[in-house]
Design a protein around this ligand. Structure first.
Ligand SMILES: [Zn+2]
Length: 255
């Protein structure tokens, strides 16, 4: 049985090197868990595949009608010839290998979202009838940053919510009866947070429609709870600090 980091919305390539590959011989019938590890793939390959797919899910949740993003976006990682940079080439996203004080750029999710945002810009314009896509470079960069910022906040918050939900569910299974109510309360909070994230995502998606009703509908929900409050309570409850997500801390210009 073989597998690779290639699917309907992303195909990862590591130019000049062996691409990520999973191989195992099994007897039929068999159930196989495909484990992607540093032995069969580079960090940048796994991160590239995961976050390009996350970005695709995110943009489709906002705009299901954007069918032009339903293609296997080429994701080239560990590129040579430059460092500390990334670019969109009109079809795929490209990320340079580690060097010059920078990590392998495809291991930085917000940079992946930025470059994917360029593809969203182009394909949104193309679907609307502009054959060359978005031609205003300043708008291209600005909207790619907007996509990166919003996708980072909402898509990842939703993912973390799902993980938190799963972790609390497992905690509930082993919690002493006296603690069950506290865990259930936090589960309820996570549910509310999930609803809030979905509401904000829906709201952002409707901004282009200029629907004033969306503002009225979402306003009260925003005041009810914040991610920070949940993080604080969970952190106190289990005595663990909430680590900041890793990301680019240096001021680097990405194209
Ligand atoms: Zn850019």
């Amino acid at each position: 049985m073989t597998s690779s980091l290639s699917g309907p919305f992303c195909v990862v390539d590591r130019p000049g090197n062996t691409d990520a590959s999973f191989n195992v011989t099994v007897q039929n019938p068999a159930t196989v868990d495909i484990a992607w590890t540093p032995v069969n793939s580079a960090d940048s390959e796994r991160d590239g595949y995961y976050h390009v797919n996350l970005a695709h899910d995110y943009v489709k949740a906002l705009d299901p009608g954007l069918t032009q993003m339903d293609y296997a976006v080429p994701c080239h990682v560990e590129q040579t010839g430059d460092v500390c940079n990334a670019f969109y080439d009109g079809a795929g996203v490209n990320f340079y290998a580690a060097g010059g004080g920078c990590p392998s750029i495809a291991t930085l999710p917000d940079v992946i979202y930025h470059e994917y945002g360029h593809s969203v810009n182009d394909h949104t314009y193309r679907q609307a009838g502009m054959g060359f896509g978005m031609v205003n470079d300043a708008l291209h960069e600005g909207m790619a940053d907007v996509f990166s910022a919003v996708a980072s906040e909402l898509a990842l918050a939703q993912t973390q919510c799902a993980r938190l939900d799963g972790a609390l569910g497992r905690l509930l299974e082993v919690a002493a009866p006296a603690d069950r109510e506290a865990v259930l309360r936090e589960l309820h909070v996570v549910d509310l947070l999930n609803q809030q994230i979905a509401a904000v995502a829906g709201f952002v998606g409707r901004l282009g429609d200029g629907a004033p009703a969306a503002l009225i509908e979402v306003g009260p929900a925003l005041q009810s709870i914040t991610l920070g409050e949940v993080a604080e309570r969970i952190g106190q409850g289990v005595g663990q600090a909430c680590a900041s997500p890793a990301g680019a801390s240096e001021d680097i210009d990405f194209f």
